[in-house]
Design a protein around this ligand. Sequence first.
Ligand SMILES: Cc1ncc(COP(=O)(O)O)c(C=O)c1O
Length: 387
Amino acid sequence: MDFIASALSHLTCSRCDTRHEPDEIHRFCACGGPLYPRYDLDSVSWTPESLANRPGGLWRYADLLPVRAPEHRICLGEGGTPLLRLARIGNHIGLNELLAKDEGLNPTGSFKARGLCLAASRARELGITTLSIPTAGNAGSAMAAYCARGGMRAVIYVPRETPPEFLTEYRDLGAQVTIVDGTISDAGARMASEARDDWFPVSTLQEPYRLEGKKTMGLELAEQLAWQLPDVILYPTGGGTGLLGMWKAFDELEAIGMLDSRRPRMIAVQAEGCAPIVKAFEAGDSSAAPWENATTVANGLRVPKAFADREILSVIRASKGTAITIDDDAMLAMLRLLAGVEGIYTAPEAAATIVAAQRLVADGTIHADERVVTFLTGNAYKYLSSL
Ligand SMILES: Cc1ncc(COP(=O)(O)O)c(C=O)c1O
């Protein structure tokens, strides 16, 4: 297989549209908006046949990814996760076609591998040697692994309530770890107050490239469904990178002629104990206020304030989707049901999406004959002490 060159051309601010140079180090725009990588899409020509000859995994889409040099494309076998039909659970909740993208099979056990793979690879390409992150759990694991693999240093700030399995993993992956009282927002504030000049923060959407890794979930889904997107996508939403990344993927695929203009309804699923996006969506607001006293067993959803709240709300609305909260007991019951009848041991965040599907079928928002895809964003193994 020949080398696949990146078609990265520039970055633009998602809020004020200012253009930024692609090969300089950026965090976010001066206006406070996230930066989106843009590509010379005219130079990208895909066909189902040409893609079939490419290697598996996330780097098969390298022309729509931002890393230029192959030696900086750090690889741990990320991406290429299966799209599994959940026949029994689908039948149980009243859906004829319920599909699950099992992201728990990624390196370090979650979809966070995709985003951190891209952030670490691009950072290394731009000469950065230390990455720092506030994390609810899975993102820290992924960052530490990609830093180790890429010969970089990892600095992690993590809430005290994070299951201890994550802390053991961070230590063994060689990260420097600080435990913080409070939520991921408190961890982020502490990280900012202790930041050193050589640390590069990769907080959600505060650098441009994690988004591109998450985008590959959308590219992969489209390819696995033979370029026919589903009717509905359910996504457990904390910082919301996956939701935004998939939406960006669909736009880029349309621009290169692989998709038409039809889009799935995007459904953001949050925990009852931390639901800033749901609250703002229901109120008709364009941004979300920070959630007070956030609490849930689904630590990935304990995000009181998403940096890209405006973008998340606008995608949900543009897709004619919705946002819904699920309580912890229902998540855990579904986690066990899914494990017992389908053999998939998924994280509470992910189990929440299936409860959401069940409730939205029951209230008529989703119809029995619609094709529904849920993202099982992580596996349960690092949550065992909280289950
Ligand atoms: C398993 C799992 N699902 C979902 C999320 C939320 O993802 P995002 O922050 O991209 O919305 C997280 C974040 O930590 C997570 O670990």
